[in-house]
Design a protein around this ligand. Structure first.
Ligand code: RTP
Length: 155
């Protein structure tokens, strides 16, 4: 098992349309805040088909790709950028397994979802993809690299 990263990283987290429709936005944001990561970008957004296709381009050849694109474009999503030490892998752990039935209780998908095709949230799978996806979903001026004004207990 690899040691957890000690690098400050950025990850792209997205609450998918089912998470928004089910009123889970606050609950999901809260999990990353409570863990101690720093929110650096946040917006509610109706994703154009072309952007969904670009985001998921590595899955283009999969049979579920058309369903995935219509799912992601079916309603507003919440786009977020989060920063912190080891945030990429840690966020994936907080999110849980792709198939929510395999996701551990305590994870977002383990607690809140049932179907792979309705798994409420996305998280970047590598630091490189974190940077790529944040650049894809946010314009420069939409991100906010703020410094905590209280003692940095966590970061
Ligand atoms: P994500 O990118 O959304 O964080 O998900 P992931 O890494 O856990 O899973 P990935 O394999 O990259 O798949 C991306 C999303 O496609 C949908 N999916 N549907 N068999 C299916 O119907 C199927 N497999 C994957 C899920 O919404 C998954 O999160």
């Amino acid at each position: 098992h690899l040691a957890a990263s000690l690098e400050v990283e950025e990850t792209y987290i997205m609450i998918k349309p089912d998470g928004v429709q089910r009123g889970l936005v606050g609950e999901i944001i809260s999990r990353f805040e409570k863990k101690g990561f720093k929110l650096t970008g946040l917006k509610l957004f109706e994703c154009p088909k072309e952007l969904a296709e670009e985001h998921y381009k590595d899955l283009q050849s999969k049979s579920f790709f058309p369903n995935l694109i219509s799912y992601i474009t079916s309603g507003p999503v919440v786009c977020m950028a989060w920063e912190g030490v080891g945030v990429v892998e840690s966020a994936r752990k907080l999110i849980g397994a792709t198939n929510p039935l395999n996701a551990m209780p305590g994870t977002i998908r383990g607690d809140l979802a049932v179907q792979t095709g309705r798994n409420v949230v996305h998280g970047s799978d590598s630091p490189e993809n974190g940077i790529r996806e944040i650049a894809l979903w946010f314009k420069e001026g939409e991100l906010c690299k703020w410094a905590p004004t209280i003692d940095p207990w966590l970061n």
